[in-house]
Write a protein that binds this ligand. Sequence first.
Ligand SMILES: [Zn+2]
Length: 354
Amino acid sequence: LAKYRPARRLLDALDMLRQRALGWLDEMGALEGLVRLRAELPAGWLPILNYHRLHPDAEGQAFDRGVIDATPQEFERQMRLLTRHFTPIGVGRLADHVTAGVPLPDNPALVTFDDGYRECFTQALPILRALGVPASFFIPTRYIGERRVFWWDRLSYLVRWSPCDRIALSYPTSLELRLEGDRQKAIVRLLGLMKSTYDLDVDRFLSELAASANVRWDATLERRFADELCMSWDEIRALKRAGMEIHSHTRSHRILQNLRPPELRSEIAGSRDDLIRELGGPVRAIAYPVGRSVARHPEIARLVRASGYELGFTLGVRRFGPAPHPLDIGRIAPDRGMAPCLFRALLVHPALAV
Ligand SMILES: [Zn+2]
């Protein structure tokens, strides 16, 4: 529907109306009242927020802008609002509840971060500590240990810095792309190709892209970027010492449904081994790369369970009834620049804000 221009305009107009209506409700204090009311009622969903990066200047980034969910100031405001009405808990308490029936505190909520960006340590940790929020961090272990740049950031960098006005690729399929305007369209198209290709050789694809885009990319440069972008094991240990929880986000952040069985095992079981070796346990949960659910993939779900995980996290709204699917727990990612009224609405019910 959204592909047709009149329909797109209608959707945009409806969206603006909804935002205005929520703004008015918020000005009257009604949303704050609803959040308070929501705190008193047993809800059919559990607020689990999912962040990646906190950065003040998303538009100035050569790397992927899509993973910047908030500025540090926005994040702090959101955490203040959350702690005013909810009891933040870590993934461990949720696992105790889901697997052993241990009661949750009144009005629980979870804060999670995926990917292990450096701002988790430099920006999020001081805020979380000051407000007493035990957040849970999902780490793709190979990137931390080998100091590599995440594949989506590397792709964005190559497309944005290319001096060419078109790029041609032969792997995994032959493809020609014009690089127009802000190049976001080309980035989205290539990310889509990476996400949908079974058994993709990521390094081969990105090396060919660098050559075609005529952008320098080598091991020294990559290491320097990785040090800027992602946490070290020492920083992750410091998060843990500060009361945060560390769980798995696989090894290489490959989409599980696209992998052959031996790689699948390495990504799922191997990342848990890596975390236990580097940090000690417990590692009780996994967040699936790009939030892709494994609920309809019994062979992957079996492997997740057999590797010792009790919970699996996706993206999206899921009902949280008395017996939630332990390997299909939904999370909501707030948007960058989200109006405070929308964030409040999200806490009342995510369907109001997404
Ligand atoms: Zn991720």
